[in-house]
Design a protein around this ligand. Sequence first.
Ligand code: 5AD
Ligand code: SF4
Length: 449
Amino acid sequence: MQKNKVYIETYGCQMNLADTEIVRGILQNKGFDRTDSADDADIVLLNTCSIRENAEQRIYGRLGNFKNLKGSKPELVVGILGCMAERLRKNLVEEKSVVDLVVGPDEYRRLPELIEVAYNGDKGIGVKLSKTETYDDIIPHREDGLQAWLSVMRGCDKFCTFCVVPFTRGRERSRSLASIVDEVKQLAERGFKEITLLGQNVNSYRDNNSDFANLLAACAEVDRTMRIRYTTSHPQDLSDKLLITIAEHQNICNYIHLPVQSGSDRILELMNRTYTIDHYLKLIEKSRKNIPGVSFSTDIIAGFPTETYEDHVMTLDIMREVKYDGAYMFKYSPREGTKAYRMKDDVSEETKSNRLHEIIDLQQQISFEKNQELLGTDEVVLVEGLSRKSDEFYAGRTDTNKVVIFPKKNEIAQGSYVSVKINKATHATLFGNFVDIADVANDNLALIA
Ligand code: 5AD
Ligand code: SF4
């Protein structure tokens, strides 16, 4: 009997979610089956994240569970994929005897072969990084749905001093525009309504003469009823051409994730972020001028080495100034191999926690105030399905990525666009009533014409 049922758990960023679908595509081509139960699996794969220490701690906890499972099922193959595989390499199999497979982000094509090695009782290890691998020709295995991730480039060349990604995912490289557009076409035909183009720094996308603005436009033109999102943008590379492209296409979402990391120029320099707060604020102003109604989210790190109380206050200041619609907020976590790792991690755990709490509290207040401004307005919502809390309500999202809850209407199908009048708002959610079906495609044609 062939042992081939694969169970995969995915941790970390959206790029890992997209990679898991690539891995599923590769394994499916070689005749492996999927299972959604670890107990039922012959092979368990964890697609891992190394971005902060606590991400890795979770994986170690999970490996403990699989050690127990393997106790009762010795032939089970346990594999680590993703950033932790790349970072820890052979150490993983040496320190964690439960691990049979260690496969980094650029070696997934070798998975079938490495699984065979593990079946034969050896350890399967593939951790070389590549300058060219983009999995351009692999069709990711996606379940049917409305929303799809699509990675357009891999790796990162920015070398922010706190970040392990350039070491775990290697050098920056882009997929071909033609293959990305083809994939978008296939997704449109399958009824997907929202595509998120992924890359560590999408603004440096390049395929011959095409840059990221060209790519976005080409994707948006595939199907005007399909929303196009993208993440992540780097403040150094966000071009005027890109802003104009977003403004010109109604189905490119008016939402920019633009990590600021800190409000202090001194800290930004130590982070090697290569922009100043002045540059960043001008970019926000220019975006708001070119793209009316654009919303912003950001990433913020509290307690980078040498961060003083004054630096921290500057972070709070920029949050108040930009008024982000949302933020991902973290405590600084030293990562071995990075430049910042060599600096003394001199902000105490308690101070990091206090600063992070202040940042989170402020963001909640700002999000609440921004959402209150939407009371009484009509928002175009892509209906995603029933709300998590009640079958009597639908949940969907605005173009600016805000969740909207409204009473269910049987005549409205998932994947429709509707107009909803907002009558209540918390910091996280908008509530309202159905007004009408929104004629998104026609709006677009009017705008382009
Ligand atoms: N410590 C804390 N946060 C980090 N990030 C990246 N590396 C670290 C680290 N060592 C955050 C940054 C980045 C986001 C994806 O994760 O804010 O933008
Ligand atoms: Fe890490 Fe900076 Fe690259 Fe983002 S841009 S992945 S934070 S090195």
